[in-house]
Design a protein around this ligand. Structure first.
Ligand code: HSE
Length: 424
């Protein structure tokens, strides 16, 4: 019988889930894998806090070195979240010859190069399946099962909070602020929701997925980012009339050495496989030259779904027996200079504008778009209380051309209320 002695960094929701999963799975591990997992030390902020899991009081510590420097501990699982001090603790664990399993997308996306260098130097493993998409095995798919593919496109719904908010706005016609407040009350959105609703969380995850899919480091700062705070019930209603559903999409595309990476609200045709992914579910839809279209869907957060990915990684690490896999690309602080990040992508655009009634703003806007050689596929107007609401959908156009056409509009004649890209 093999024994793994491990330590936890953190014991909140996710750490508690891992503890519960390990306890409930122990007998099966014993007989199926001939493996016993012993959690020797658990780093916590407060020794006296009430916990939902039954971790024995005597293995709790508030001294990180009890985990990071204990020679008997060979694997450290990190669930603290945030960049600091999680990065420093993980580096110390790796430098001290311990394999690290982490759920921390922020620390990984920002400091992956440092963590990987430390892991390689010590000849230990660095595992991070839980950092993207919770229980969905997207990291394993990209690094193992789909290795034979040249992946050219990834579209993901990889933030459960925003998918829950947008789904409810779509189903009930509710306003963003009302749904957010309710989601916070239900514990489905953080008290400070900025990282989720402004798209940072999805951008960290996209930078990790795109790096693995395209075999080149895609740093977080290269991801174009727009959150969901400007999406209104009116946008959603217009979209529905045209057969579209709005999602916060993480999009990554590669063609030759050109890479585009962006997170923003997007309309999808209601028949698209991602359009039916609702509530707090996550999904990744990708295209590989051999596998063709593929979608992986599942729970992107929560104690047990996240624990599923973490315990899976722990078992992979045990099986690796010292032969740890590292990503194939040069993992450096800056992207490879040969990779060109393209921020002038092609899409269709939905634009909502308002103007005073009777100003013939519709013809004025149409003329501005025609001047910029942007085709308009549909245009419509509704008038109420002396205000005209206009909606237009462009044909395929370049991002910069659309932005420049919109900024050329005279604000005394019409106001741009929102722009939502349309993906297919
Ligand atoms: N805040 C994240 C989400 C949690 O809403 O998806 C999982 O990373």
């Amino acid at each position: 019988m093999k024994e793994l002695v491990m330590g936890f960094l953190g014991c909140g929701n996710v750490g508690g889930g891992v503890w519960k999963l390990l306890q409930g799975y122990a007998d099966e591990l014993d007989c199926r894998q001939h493996l016993t997992i012993r959690v020797k030390k658990v780093l916590v902020r407060s020794l006296n806090k009430q916990r939902s899991c039954d971790v024995p009081r005597e293995i709790l510590t508030d001294n990180p070195d009890d985990v990071l420097l204990d020679p008997e501990i060979t694997l450290v699982a990190e669930f603290m979240g945030g960049e600091h001090p999680a990065t420093e603790y993980m580096l110390k664990a790796l430098e001290n010859g311990k394999t690290v399993v982490t759920a921390n997308k922020v620390a990984l996306a920002l400091n992956w190069h440092l963590l990987q260098a430390a892991a390689e130097k010590s000849g230990v493993g660095l595992y991070y399946e839980a950092s993207v998409g919770g229980a969905i095995p997207i990291i394993g798919a990209l690094t193992q099962s789909l290795q034979a593919n040249r992946i050219s496109s990834i579209m993901g719904i990889i933030n459960g909070t925003t998918n829950y908010i947008l789904s409810r706005m779509t189903e009930n016609g509710e306003d963003y602020q009302a749904v957010l407040a309710d989601a916070q009350k239900l514990g489905l959105a953080e008290p400070d929701p900025t990282s989720d609703v402004e798209g940072m969380d999805a951008a960290y995850k996209l930078s990790i997925m795109a790096s693995l899919a395209f075999h080149t480091r895609v740093t977080y700062d290269k991801v174009y980012r727009e959150g969901i705070t400007k999406v209104t019930a009116a946008d959603i209603a217009w979209g529905r009339k045209m057969g579209y559903v709005v999602k916060l999409l993480a999009v990554a595309k590669q063609e030759g050495n050109k890479v585009e990476v962006r997170v923003h609200p997007a309309f999808l045709p209601k028949e698209h496989p991602l359009a039916g992914v609702n509530g707090s579910f996550n999904a990744v839809y990708l295209y590989g030259h051999a596998c063709k279209e593929m979608m992986l869907q599942g729970r992107g957060a929560g104690d047990m779904p996240t624990a599923s990915a973490i315990v899976g990684d722990i078992l992979q690490a045990v099986k690796a027996e010292g032969h740890y896999p590292y990503p194939t690309f040069a993992n450096t602080a800056e992207p490879d200079p040969a990779t060109v990040f393209d921020d002038n992508w092609t899409a269709k655009y939905f634009v909502r504008l308002s103007a005073a009634d009777g100003t013939d703003a519709l013809s004025y806007v149409a003329a501005c778009f025609a001047k910029a050689h942007i085709a308009i596929e549909g245009m419509t107007q509704e008038t109420a209380h002396g205000q005209a609401q206009m909606m237009l959908v462009t044909g395929e156009a370049k991002e910069q051309a659309v932005q420049s056409a919109l900024s050329s509009l005279d604000p005394s004649l019409c106001t741009v209320e929102n722009l939502i890209r349309i993906e297919a």
